[in-house]
Design a protein around this ligand. Structure first.
Ligand code: AMP
Ligand code: ZN
Length: 111
């Protein structure tokens, strides 16, 4: 794991986060700069730079299922926005794979 990876440090408990879900191999926590009234990030505990390096179909399914669960548990059974920034060219600012879950009042659309 890269020592300077913010999300690896959250996984390791070295940085605080508002954790909303933790299950085998996956953590979800609230985004520090929310772009909606509900904005969570669903993150594999294992460091993967971005979606292009993901080679585990089961993990991808489990990330999606965790996103559904987070939205549901935060009161959004009516649905939510699910997106992934892929690489610097895709606007990814934290190079550890994560899925954005946005719901409720959207304050800004992803750039
Ligand atoms: P992206 O720009 O798609 O890579 O998304 C990265 C997201 O991580 C942004 O929405 C940031 O606000 C969020 N973020 C960065 N650092 C933290 C942190 N320490 N805790 C929670 N969210 C963070
Ligand atoms: Zn990492």
């Amino acid at each position: 794991m890269p020592d300077d990876c913010v999300f690896c440090r959250i996984v390791a408990g070295e940085l605080p986060a508002n954790v909303v879900l933790r299950e085998e191999g996956i953590i979800a926590f609230l985004d520090i700069h929310p772009a909606a009234s509900t904005h969570a990030l669903v993150v594999p505990e294992r460091h993967i730079d971005d979606l292009r390096q993901l080679d585990d179909a089961q993990l991808w399914l489990r990330l999606a299922q965790a996103a559904h669960k987070v939205a549901e548990e935060l009161g959004h059974s009516d649905g939510y926005r699910f997106y992934v920034s892929v690489g610097a060219g895709g606007g990814q600012t934290v190079p550890h794979l994560h899925v954005h879950v946005l719901a409720g009042e959207m304050r800004r659309l992803p750039a």
